[in-house]
Write a protein that binds this ligand. Structure first.
Ligand code: FES
Length: 124
């Protein structure tokens, strides 16, 4: 099942050079919901289920220390709850100040009803 342009159907084991981890059952993350996980050795990652699909980004705003999972989601963007910078969930790029740096994005895979993350391990 492909849910967005970054999703694909390759088995997680078939993704070379990537860190893949399961998140939860797709049924446990209905549209409009967000969940946050902390992969070992990494900062928290939030997975948003929007009407445009599933998107994963680093959870911490690049401006200050706010959780984007607590933000407002609209038109595939999340608004930081602290100072209202908006980040595109597809690219991680902020649309304006005060944030100037993109949040890191991660690929999302749904396979057999389970959401997996293919983690981006470099910089944003
Ligand atoms: S902490 Fe997110 S915009 Fe300031």
């Amino acid at each position: 099942m492909i849910l967005d342009h970054r999703s694909h159907t390759a088995l997680p084991e078939q993704m070379p050079g990537s860190a893949v981890m399961p998140v939860c059952q797709l049924s446990a993350l209905p549209e409009g919901e967000v969940t946050t996980i902390t992969p070992p050795g990494m900062s928290p990652v939030s997975i948003f289920h929007t009407d445009e699909g599933l998107f994963a980004i680093d959870d911490t705003c690049t401006h200050q220390d706010a959780s984007l999972a607590d933000g407002w989601v609209e038109d595939c963007k999340v608004e930081c709850p602290l100072h209202e910078a908006c980040f595109d969930l597809r690219t991680g790029v902020p649309s304006g100040p005060p944030a100037k740096i993109a949040v890191r994005t991660h690929e999302v895979v749904v396979l057999d009803g389970v959401i997996y993350l293919k983690l981006t391990t470099g910089g944003a």
